[in-house]
Write a protein that binds this ligand. Structure first.
Ligand SMILES: [Zn+2]
Length: 363
């Protein structure tokens, strides 16, 4: 069984207004789930608009991440309120928590991404973290959300850093799926990989213009936010679990194990993982194009002000056995790193990180 996409998608400048009649048909007693102060006003608006339609909307916030503590607390709130749906309005962690909770309780989930940082509004997948943001596991859900509302006016209000992060995460789709799945003899998977290549090209062309231009009449911005929030999700939907993540996400998951004073966004960490994956491909798979890809990505990532080293992520690889911890987690049994078509050892991870960090210090 494969769930390719949300049942209904509203997209564009008035997506929320257009979605309202559909949502009022679907739910009478929803719980609006959110998290950050940045999105408080938007969630208030969503709640107000629903109440005007005589919908008895209640609200709850995550305190931490998409973690078991928050998940069980919100489940209790839903049971107490007898909510008949979850409206998850926020970034990736909120969307993941909303989808997971709705599935556990067998009620529909409506996702309203409030930034372009992620394709979590689309996918049938939730990542579970600890309270401190350390990756634990991803959980495949039975289905994509019932309704996805991708309102451009809402997304305009998000900090530009979230868009840069979404671009890095969406770029990884091509580099990860093409290396793990290029030999899979399944037309749909191959077509999904090709969509991810077109998606990458679009981001290389439009990414910088999207981040630094105006919103109004900026087709680069529109194309880029939809690439990050919708097309990236579609690739996962069509490609399914075979269209896999690889080293970039495995290294992301390992980096989150190191707790740093400043928190970084998912895509910001994936971007560093992606550069390291390409170095691994060069080192272990004799991929001559990998160095070219690194150079090409570095130009864009620097234009977008994205971190490109572990040092930029606030991690000193020479302290606290950080390097060993990252190498251990990256190479653990269940890690996606093993989807690469060549063997990777802890020693390789240590070597590639050290080389990369030293090289960047010299630049
Ligand atoms: Zn990701």
């Amino acid at each position: 069984m494969q769930s390719i996409s949300p049942e209904i998608i509203f997209r564009g400048v008035d997506a929320w207004q257009k979605a309202l009649p559909q949502i009022t048909k679907l739910t009478r007693n929803p719980l609006i789930l959110g998290r950050s102060d940045n999105t408080h006003d938007l969630r208030k608006k969503i709640s107000r608009d629903l109440k005007k339609q005589n919908i008895n909307a209640k609200s709850a916030n995550l305190y931490f991440d998409c973690c078991v503590e928050d998940i069980s607390r919100v489940k209790n709130i839903i049971s107490k309120n007898k909510s008949d749906s979850v409206i998850a309005a926020g970034g990736g962690k909120v969307l993941d928590a909303g989808k997971y909770i709705a599935e556990c309780l067998n009620i529909p989930c409506i996702t309203i991404p409030l930034s372009a940082s992620t394709c979590a509004g689309w996918t049938a997948l939730s990542n579970i973290y600890t309270k401190n943001g350390q990756f634990i596991k991803d959980v495949a859900l039975r289905s994509c959300p019932k309704v996805l509302v991708y309102d451009h006016k809402f997304i305009q209000t998000a900090p530009s850093r979230t868009l840069a992060s979404g671009i890095a995460d969406a770029l990884a789709k091509w580099y990860e799926s093409s290396i793990t799945s290029s030999k899979i003899d399944d037309g749909l998977v191959q077509q999904a990989i090709q969509i991810s290549r077109v998606l990458r090209d679009q981001l290389l062309i439009d990414g910088e213009k999207a981040l630094n231009g105006e919103f109004e009449n900026n087709s680069s911005w529109r194309n880029t936010i939809e690439a990050c929030g919708l097309t990236a999700g579609l690739v996962g939907g069509i490609g399914g679990e075979k269209c896999r993540t690889a080293a970039a996400h495995a290294i992301h998951n390992a980096i989150t194990q190191i707790i740093t004073p400043k928190k970084f966004l998912h895509g910001e960490i994936v971007g560093v993982g992606l550069l390291l994956q390409l170095r691994l491909e060069e080192m272990k798979n004799n991929n001559k194009l990998a160095d070219q890809s690194i150079k090409q990505l570095l130009v864009l990532m620097e234009e977008l002000n994205l971190p490109t080293t572990l040092a930029h992520l606030g991690i000193n690889v020479f302290e606290n056995q950080n390097l060993d911890k990252i190498a251990d987690f990256t190479c653990r049994d269940k890690s996606e790193i093993h989807f690469l078509p060549f063997e990777i050892s802890k020693k390789d991870i240590v070597e590639v990180i050290l080389n990369f960090e030293k090289q960047k210090i010299k630049l």
